[in-house]
Design a protein around this ligand. Structure first.
Ligand code: ASP
Length: 310
């Protein structure tokens, strides 16, 4: 049996260390751990990388602690508009949705776009009509409400600000979730889901649902899920660039990931991080922010759940 591996993230740009209490830290870690285990158990039982990443991301979407599904940030109009994408590294099939509301698990809708439509990316009303056709239950706004996210929105509501450093709490920026996996057949998959950025303008779409920007998987190279200032990840085509550095420059997963996050992204002015896995089950999780909620496990390494750098 080949090596299996899975990594999850709950966003770069965490609570600054001074604001993180031991209680909060253990809550975040517990959800990361259970998301990691959800996907990993599937891999262990021989299921595909796609099934594993969807299961892990659903677990994170169902927690109000992260900015995806329940707990998504507020838009400038006080709503929740979510984006998600998923990609299968074996077939290069992909599915994505953006600007969806009321959907409990946008990642499952993205998977349905991949498997049950002729398209890759459905947005806004079109994505909602597709969900309706598949008889998705719609949650009301209350389901997505989280007090911390609401307070973050109050801080900048009415301004044009959705900037990365708008909050002294420094946790308002990110919180996107994602998972990457390598299954026992060496197949890779990546999934990413987000509420986007607090006070984002109506219609704003970030990198998370964009294949090649915030999410990408290709068995030849890697599966990657990004988190950070989406506008820069789009401009840097970061997820696909990681794959390119490996495919065309022969860089290892770790070296390619470090170059992107610590050099190229910083040079553009962006901040954030990524999680990635290759077909040998190697894992990389670089970030250039103070922390990134993250966890990983493989057949030859035990669980690791961390928030800050060393
Ligand atoms: N990348 C996401 C976006 O720009 C935000 C995040 O990672 O939390 O929508």
């Amino acid at each position: 049996m080949k090596k299996i591996a899975l990594a999850v993230h709950g966003g770069a740009g965490t609570l600054v260390k001074g604001m993180m209490t031991p209680e909060k830290e253990s809550l975040y870690k517990a959800v990361l751990k259970s998301a990691l285990h959800k996907g990993y158990l599937l891999l262990e039982s021989g299921r595909s990388a796609i099934e594993a990443v969807e299961a892990s991301v659903k677990e994170l979407e169902d927690s109000h602690l992260f900015n995806a599904g329940k707990g998504s940030v507020f838009t400038s109009e006080g709503k929740h508009e979510m984006d998600a994408s998923i990609m299968d590294g074996k077939t290069l099939n992909a599915g994505a949705v953006s600007l969806v509301s009321g959907i409990k698990n946008p990642i499952s809708l993205a998977r349905d776009v991949m498997e049950k439509s002729d398209h890759v990316f459905l947005a806004s009303i079109g994505a909602m009509q597709f969900a309706e056709k598949l008889k998705y239950h719609l949650e009301d706004e209350k389901y997505f409400y989280d007090e911390l996210r609401y307070q973050q929105w109050q801080e900048i509501k009415g301004t044009k600000d959705f900037k990365l450093d708008h909050s002294v709490k420094k946790d308002a920026k990110f919180g996107t979730v994602g998972a990457v996996a390598c299954d026992r057949f060496g197949n890779l998959a990546a999934a990413t889901s987000t509420g986007g950025m607090t006070n984002k303008q109506f219609g704003r779409v970030g990198d998370s649902p964009m294949i090649g920007a915030g999410n990408y998987a290709n068995n030849k190279t890697c599966a990657v899920s990004c988190t950070g200032s989406g506008e820069y990840f789009i401009r840097g085509v970061v997820a696909y660039d990681l794959s390119c550095l490996m495919e065309y420059k022969n860089l290892s997963l770790q070296d390619a990931a470090e170059v992107l996050i610590q050099k190229r992204l910083l040079k553009l002015g962006g901040d954030g991080g990524l999680i990635a896995v290759d077909a040998l089950g190697n894992i990389a999780m670089p970030f250039n922010t103070e922390g990134m909620y993250r966890g990983c496990k493989s057949s030859d390494s035990a669980d690791q759940i961390s928030i800050y750098g060393n």
